[in-house]
Design a binder for this molecule. Sequence first.
Ligand code: NDP
Length: 438
Amino acid sequence: MSQSTLNPRTTSFEFSGVIGALSISIGLPLVCVVLNQLIRPDYYIKGFFSNFDFAQLWNNIKPLNWYLTNCEMWTYYLAWFFGLAVLDVTLPGRNMFGVELRDKTKLPYKINGIAISATMALVVAARWQLTGGQMPELQYLYDHTVDLCIITIIFSFLLSVACYASSFVPLLKKNGSGTRERILALGGNSGNPIYDWFIGRELNPRLGPLDIKMFCELRPGMLLWLLINLSCLHHQYLKTGKINDALLLVNLLQGFYIFDGVLNEEGVLTMMDITTDGFGFMLAFGDLTLVPFTYSLQARYLSVSPIELGRVYFTAILGVMCVGYYIFHSANKQKSEFRQGKLPNLRSIDTDRGTKLLCDGWWAKSQHINYFGDWLISWSWCLTTGFQTPLTYYYVLYFATLLIHRQIRDELKCKHKYGASWVKYETAVPYKIIPYVY
Ligand code: NDP
């Protein structure tokens, strides 16, 4: 296989090319810091619009040099990141293979999220016992959230620069195509350093047995999100001796979502992020900063502005989560079982590739009915914060944008892959995500 066949040049650009890549790389970290600044305890967030104080936004933010040279914070964060990496490589798990790559090989992955989560739960329980419930680590996390957020932005930048640079280093062993060339992402090989660094040049950068993309997607960000939520619960308990039902609910709902992700971890192996996208600043920042520091905004808000939901509202929110989860879970399960040949009675459309496109059951309602369920789940999290500030609703907006962008990318991919069969499928299932709406 020639080099150009293995790694063809990227000729179409997403996010409006370099300008978009630069704008997102500067804009999204800023949004992330601003949201975390606005939600912090000493900022009055209840009347968001009437009390908006622009000068306060930069209060507490130190000069860049302070972050770059802060040994204490770097030690904590690097211990967290590399400690988890060591656990990821050493703890036992199920060995699986990813999808077939362009050189006809498949990469091995270890699915050990349950072992890692159990280890983390044990460590938290032991620290609770040893510190008499004081848990100084959780208090540190709660008190330094904004600073840690900035540290993770710098780390994401450095990690993506390192991955971009290493994508030019030839492999030690020959790959399946008989060359030492690394497999690059189809979308990240434009030749423009800024664009490729942002999108991710190499498809699956690895450090020894550690798959950096899969690791970042599942471990340091997701688990930090869980710990930040827990730190809010802990903070409220230490401060008031009780926990409000709203904060408890958001912890339970998001904890369940993360746990469900761990239980169904192997599903990530066939997701677009792993099969198609390179690992660049976009994914590094998304996994390591955006997930932990913006998905936890509801819990952080509720630890500052406690809300008592009461039984009716509590049950209603739980209902939204259950409906969302039911759609999300049963739709994903239905597609997965159908593709394994377990549901032969469901209506489908034959494709030239020999596979079938399901257009029955959940998959008759919309082309991505699973996204709709996921979006409903995001509503349940935001609703726990009541209606006092739009800030905590950032997540439903952000997630809607992410899902629509994903749907558009997937549609392009499927149109190209399935041609006339996809057109037939679109006629049978006209709605994209929300039945009868979009
Ligand atoms: P989907 O699960 O919808 O998978 C899309 C792929 O499935 C297509 O590319 C195509 O792949 C195949 N496909 C599409 N339609 C059909 C059909 N009718 N019948 C059979 N096969 C079909 O999307 P994702 O992989 O993006 O998402 C997986 C889950 O992850 C979703 O539930 C989503 O909500 C969730 N998610 C969560 C995120 C978060 O941050 N919380 C972020 C993104 C996703 P092929 O080429 O193999 O045919």
